[in-house]
Design a protein around this ligand. Sequence first.
Ligand code: SF4
Length: 435
Amino acid sequence: MEQKKVSFYTLGCKLNFAETSTISRKFTDEGYARVEFGDLSDVVVINTCSVTQLADKKCRQAISKAARISPDATIAVIGCYSQLKPEEISQISGVDLVLGTSEKFNIIEHLKDIEARKQNHALVFSCEIEQVDSFNPSFSLFDRTRSFLKIQDGCDYHCSYCTIPLARGNSRNNSIDRTLAEARKIAEQGIKEVVLTGVNIGDFGKSTGETFFDLIKGLDQIEGIERFRISSIEPNLLTNEIIQFVAKSRSFVPHFHIPLQSGCNDVLKLMSRRYKREVFESRVKAIKEVMPEACIGADVIVGFPGETDESFDDTYHFLEQLNVDYLHVFTYSERRNTRAVALPGKVAPKDKDVRSHRLILLSEEKKKTFYERNIGKEYEVLFESQQSKGKMHGFTSNYIKVETKYNKNLINNTRKVKLTSVLPSGNMNIIFAGE
Ligand code: SF4
């Protein structure tokens, strides 16, 4: 019998990528061959996100592409969007199976069930999000040089614009021992860099009576993993203890990504964030004091209801003087069932565009300044596998992207390099140390 083919399409965050990877291994264990999304498949799994309206749109586009290319395939939609709007998705032409948060890891069983039933309408298996308390460990393998390890899921915060707690449930995690066992499985595969992922990773330990600090101390001992990267951590949870530990740890790299969202305290309050901008500023200072070479990124939302021209300027000037090195700029988009929908002071789309553009330019300037400050310095670079126009790239521990001539022997290898200049591509040029 011919081997069945499965393809995957993942939208959204690193957590979704880790989960898709784990789900794809379940299919491989069942005897499926994994093919690229867009190739003829027997099963197509679309792992969705619902953070922005664009994510909803991309999900619909992926469904229609899959149905066009593989009209006989079973199309399964999983992830945040399918938890939030299962009925809506089930009405989209081509969709056969919609799985909510607690069911997506049981996809193989549901597919067998679908084959047995031979129905001609989509089956929906959703759940009440308040009842979801299981934690499904996940990690990505070989999709990229780095592996994303899911250490935490869900969120107990209630930011006024966010649907993630409605889609993923309460904060929960595996025990430290089990999480370390997952990290060891990654090390056995020869992966050198692991990125810790979750919805609110600083909250790790809430469901097991442990702490994120104790977890990172344990991870630092895992043999074989050269680098751990803390992907994104809330400023109020990034303690001095964690910062001091990263500064002297064996494997935790000096790179922090911290969601700020607004540099205006009035807007932070409207967003129901749990800190004022002064806390954010103190975290940045504490990091740069002990790790002057550290790279710090910040998320910012523009166009939140109530963000006036003055409050945006407040954010802009705060960021301008703040010692952060790049920004991820998001344009606010209204999500159903969030408190922000009812807030007055909606921002016109054209104002959102102008604000977003100003912050993107500021981010480019900051990144360039950071890169230029590092010219002449030596770092270890871990090289990645993608090749483009005869070039390949890698990252320093402090997240500087470097570029060099493609050499397959460098893939997944760490080499000491000297940073020489900023290239027109925005990446850094290098020479290998000792050459
Ligand atoms: S911290 Fe706020 S923005 Fe982040 S997932 Fe939780 S509720 Fe959403």
